[in-house]
Every structure is written in structure tokens, then in C-alpha cells.
Design a binder for this molecule. Structure first.
Ligand code: SAH
Length: 369
């Protein structure tokens, strides 16, 4: 029998489920808080529940569906987790320690159906969509590993849906997970602390614009002409740049006055990083009168991708041109490249630096500089 995965249920759904088997509402509250606030991973640890209830729950339900295969720790402190789902599909999550606020980068799909030529995940193809529970579980695991089981996050933690997969091709499960994570009785991670990155699924950008409590939006551009973008990101053939910009404009109108959204631009040496291309990019954004910033991401190389990262000076010059034309631009520092944890490097590969996982409280107290 398929076990019900409780981690993917909101508190209201869990209450309904418990009521249907004759359990009072406070039991559902205990279980919800056990999973999401105390971040426990088995019913056995929920010692506030009667023993017979715990054993009945274990027979019919589960709260952990992912098993960790490997954990890699980068020389910069970034951690990459490689999980397997119950049906043996790979899932990857990256924890990125930062000076002021840590970031967890999670996956929305196992593999990815898009065929961006600069991204290693593309080589897996789509294996399957992740469930809401599998999405939430990645965050719970990473938090426990970084800070200790149930230990509150020291500075708050940001989440980015920038791991494997196209989040907007798994929209319902993604939004269900976002809702669960925002519950104050649980993880209490509000949508405002989450950024969702899309390769440009136009109808979903428009749909996101309608949602009041929603994550921030980042749109991966990589090129500002259809000719080049068709080549680098084949999704462009379905939703070309003009349609994408129109959807972005629509989304922008729903932003609050001080808010902006983000364009991501991967910098590929000799392919999309010339002065002329910087001007084209700025002109594109200005022509559509978009209140957006640009994050420049130096390409993270991986065999057999046919690209090299742009030189540092090239990226800086590209940034200057954007800024000069009034477009705010930021250069992203690559993290975790040595363990294949950086953007576009997630492909369920092994790397050196595999470390045994033993989750103990405060395992991040000794921070790796
Ligand atoms: N499918 C979504 C989210 C995953 S990719 C999207 O396309 O936005 C997250 C970011 O990593 C995207 O901006 C993507 O363009 C970038 N990226 C992909 N491969 C990369 C690589 N090899 N080096 C640097 N950035 C890469």
C-alpha cells in the first residue's frame, strides 16, 4: 500500500485527514508542528503522541520520502545533497552559507525537460515532477543539517527555486509547497523570502501576477535576440522574447512601488558577452520600460558542456554598460563549483568531497570560512 506522505499536506488538509480517522484537531496540530516546526523525520520521535497512534501512523503514512545518498561539502562551505525519491529518482538541494543570510536552493523536478545548452541538468531530461512533500522535505533536511534538528535559523534563510527543473512546469505542487512552508505553526518561511526562477513559461508568469502572497520572480534570459535565445534556450521557440517581455511587463505592473523583479543572464565566453550584446540587453529592458535588475552569472563549466565562463574583466565591462544605460546589474559569485553544486551543474553526479551525513544539533557551528 502507498503510504500517505504527510509532509505535502497543509495544516488544514492534515486536520481533515486526521478527523476522517476519528482523531481530534489537536493531534493534527501536534503532527504538523512535529514535521514542520520541530522538523522531526519519524513518528517515533513524536513522543507527545500516544504510542499506539504512532504505530498506526507508521503503518499508513510517512513523513520522510527522500533518502540522502551523498552529501558534498565545498571548500567555500556550500553543501550539496543528493537524495533519492522512493521510486529512485535523483533530487538535489544546495545549502549556501552567506555572511548575512543563508540560502537554500531547491529542486522542483527530478531532471528537467528544457534543453538549455549551457545547463548540465538538461542532459538528464525530465524524470518526473516532484510532489509538494518532496519539495518541503528538501528544505527541512537542509535546515536540520545546517543548524541542527529543529534549531531555529539564526538569521532567517532565503529559498530559491533554482535547482533542477523548471518550477513553472510544476506550478501547482510548487505553490502548494510555498503555502505549507509559510504556515506560522510550521517552518514559517513567508513567500517574500522565496525566489522562483523560470526559463520563461509565459502563462505562469501571468498567473503569478494574480497572486497576492507570492514568491519573487526571476526570469532567465541568457540572450536578448530570438536568434541566439532559440539556440541557447529552446523554450524560446515556444515563447519568444516579445511574448516574454509582455508577460514581464504585466507582472511588473503587479509589483509594489519599491519592488523589482530579476533577469538572470548566464555569461558565456564569446557567445553572449560582447559590448554590443550588453547594449542590446539594456535596450531590450529599456524599450519595454521594465523595472528589473540583471544578475550576471558567470557560466559554471562542466563536462561535456561546450562553453567557458566569460573573463572577470568582460563581466565587469558588461555590467558597466548596463549600469551606464540605467539598468541595475549585479555580478553573482559562483558557489560550490568544486562539488558540482553551482547553477546549472546539478545532474546527480558524484564528486570528490563526499562526507558522511550525521545530523547532530549545531553541526554548522564551526563555519567553514
Ligand atoms: N529552470 C529554471 C530554474 C533552474 S536554472 C530557470 O531556467 O530559470 C537556475 C539558473 O541557473 C538560471 O538562470 C540558468 O540560466 C542558470 N544556469 C543554468 N546553467 C548554468 C551554468 N552552467 N552556469 C551558470 N548558470 C547556469
Amino acid at each position: 500500500m502507498e503510504l500517505t506522505h504527510l509532509t505535502g499536506l497543509s495544516q488544514a488538509e492534515l486536520s481533515e485527514l486526521m478527523a476522517s480517522v476519528g482523531q481530534p484537531a489537536y493531534r493534527a496540530r501536534q503532527i504538523f508542528s512535529g514535521i514542520h516546526a520541530r522538523r522531526l523525520t519519524s513518528f517515533d520521535e513524536m513522543t507527545d503522541l500516544p504510542k499506539d497512534l504512532r504505530s498506526r501512523l507508521s503503518e499508513q503514512a510517512t513523513i520522510s520520502s527522500l533518502t540522502v545518498e551523498s552529501r558534498y561539502i565545498s571548500s567555500d562551505g556550500t553543501r550539496r545533497y543528493l537524495f533519492k525519491t522512493r521510486d529512485n529518482f535523483p533530487v538535489e538541494t544546495v545549502f549556501i552559507p552567506e555572511e548575512h543570510r543563508d540560502t537554500i536552493c531547491f529542486s522542483s523536478q527530478s531532471g528537467c525537460p528544457l534543453q538549455c545548452t549551457f545547463c548540465l541538468t538538461a542532459q538528464l531530461g525530465l524524470l518526473r515532477n516532484l510532489t509538494a512533500g518532496e519539495i518541503v522535505e528538501q528544505i527541512i533536511f537542509a535546515l536540520n543539517d545546517a543548524y541542527g534538528i529543529g534549531v531555529p535559523t539564526p538569521r532567517g534563510t532565503n529559498l530559491v527555486a533554482m535547482g533542477a527543473g523548471e518550477p513553472f512546469l510544476n506550478f501547482d505542487n510548487l505553490m502548494q509547497a510555498v503555502g505549507i512552508m509559510s504556515e506560522p505553526a510550521g517552518l514559517s518561511i513567508v513567500p517574500n523570502r522565496i525566489t522562483v526562477s523560470t526559463a520563461g513559461v509565459v502563462p505562469r508568469i501571468r498567473e503569478l501576477a494574480k497572486i497576492a502572497e507570492r514568491p519573487h520572480l526571476a526570469v532567465s534570459l541568457a540572450a536578448s535576440t530570438d536568434e541566439l535565445r532559440d539556440e541557447l534556450m529552446p523554450i524560446n521557440k515556444k515563447w519568444p522574447i516579445d511574448q516574454l517581455m509582455a508577460a514581464c511587463k504585466h507582472f511588473e505592473k503587479s509589483l509594489k512601488r519599491h519592488e523589482r523583479f530579476t533577469f538572470e543572464y548566464v555569461m558565456l565566453r564569446g557567445v553572449n558577452d560582447s559590448d554590443e550584446q550588453a547594449r542590446q540587453l539594456a535596450n531590450l529592458i529599456n524599450r519595454h520600460d521594465l523595472r528589473a535588475k540583471v544578475n550576471l552569472i558567470p557560466h559554471n563549466p562542466a563536462e561535456p558542456l561546450p562553453y567557458q565562463p566569460s573573463a572577470v574583466e568582460r563581466v565587469e565591462q558588461f555590467q558597466k554598460i548596463l549600469e551606464h544605460k540605467g539598468v541595475p546589474a549585479f555580478i553573482r559569485r559562483p558557489r560550490g563549483r568544486d562539488i558540482l553544486a553551482a547553477c546549472g551543474q546539478l545532474a546527480a553526479r558524484s564528486a570528490s568531497g563526499d562526507t558522511p551525513v550525521s545530523i547532530s544539533s549545531g553541526s554548522m557551528k564551526r563555519r567553514i570560512a
